[in-house]
Design a protein around this ligand. Structure first.
Ligand code: L34
Length: 298
């Protein structure tokens, strides 16, 4: 018997369409006499993955016509110095968006750093003002990764309305906001949502009932085919580096799903890489343009 083949949710393709849309909008914005949008990125320390992600963000800025600058600080930087840079960017009228790449070095308190960013320039959507407004359904910057997931569901007409959605992983930047977006009464939401996390007693009992399963736990291979309902839509947000001496760079990227066994059950699935990752970057471009237009906070 032939193995069933799921449909692939192509994040690279959808992200390219969104960047093209942003590129045109930036072009029109500048042609009507406005200055080009500008994103200020801050990278603290030498985390290799962070360098890759920040590189992808600055390349995307170049492609769509958004100016960007990256401040690189050593991992010995004090939180006070970092906040002084942020205060300067908050006051700089030529900077529309500020992004401090996470994770930060262990001696810093990420929430305190995020709170020091002017929420009107918080294009990551991590500031409590934006998270709070998301929770009560008010205009805000939405965290780029879950916002990208919503765009993927929309593009492939995979409506969440009245579906049972299970989110695995309750992080502030992906799982929690994804659960909120999917639960609320808006075009892409209206789902019955379960948020699972590391204290969940019997994960399979929840995942097996999911019409849409979103996995953002950061645990390679956490979800296997036996945990997935036949025909489910599976969004794998995991971005794990697994040592692999057979490739040049020495590692492979894998998600949180055991791809082969999950693919036998899923009707739709995101690959890793090429799924949610590129969408995170594309949604950042969208948010930065919104910031330049003062569309969220007039
Ligand atoms: N402040 N910190 C802040 N904002 C963010 O939105 C992030 N995130 C997460 C980590 N820290 C952050 C990102 O940028 C994760 N993340 C991110 C961004 C891009 C990609 C993955 C994660 C991405 O482009 N992934 C590619 C593969 C990249 C590779 O080869 O390593 C993909 O196809 O999935």
């Amino acid at each position: 018997m032939n193995k069933p083949v799921p449909n692939i949710i192509d994040g690279r393709h959808v992200a390219a369409l969104i960047r093209e849309e942003v590129r045109q909008d930036v072009h029109d914005w500048v042609n009507s006499g406005n200055r080009a949008p500008k994103l200020q990125v801050v990278l603290v320390g030498g985390n290799q993955a962070s360098k890759v992600y920040v590189g992808a963000k600055t390349r995307a800025c170049e492609e769509v016509g958004i100016l960007s600058e990256t401040l690189m600080l050593p991992d010995t930087t004090s939180e006070k110095i970092l906040k002084e840079h942020i205060a300067k960017y908050n006051d700089d009228p030529t900077i529309d968006g500020i992004l401090v790449q996470l994770p930060l070095p262990a001696h810093m308190t990420p929430l305190a750093v995020i709170e020091s960013i002017d929420h009107r320039k918080d294009v990551d959507g991590f500031h409590p003002m934006n998270v709070g407004r998301l929770t009560i359904g008010q205009p805000c910057y939405r965290s780029c990764t879950p916002a990208g997931i919503m765009e993927l569901l929309k593009y492939y007409s995979l409506s969440a309305k009245s579906k049972d959605v299970v989110v695995v992983g309750a992080s502030n930047i992906v799982g929690s906001p994804a659960a909120i977006m999917l639960s609320r009464e808006n075009d892409e939401g209206k789902a019955t949502t379960t948020l699972c996390h590391k204290y969940t007693r019997d994960l399979t009992r929840h995942t097996i009932g999911a019409d849409i399963l979103i996995v953002a736990a950061g645990v390679p291979g956490l979800i296997t085919g036996q945990m997935v309902k036949e025909g489910a839509v599976v969004i794998d947000v995991g971005m794990n580096r697994v040592a692999d001496p057979s490739v040049d760079r020495g590692y492979r990227l894998v998600g949180d799903c055991d791809y082969d066994s999950v693919a036998e059950k899923a009707s739709w699935i995101t690959p890793v890489p090429g799924g949610v990752g590129p969408m995170t970057v594309a949604m950042l471009m969208k948010n930065t343009l919104l910031a330049a237009k003062k569309a969220v906070y007039p």
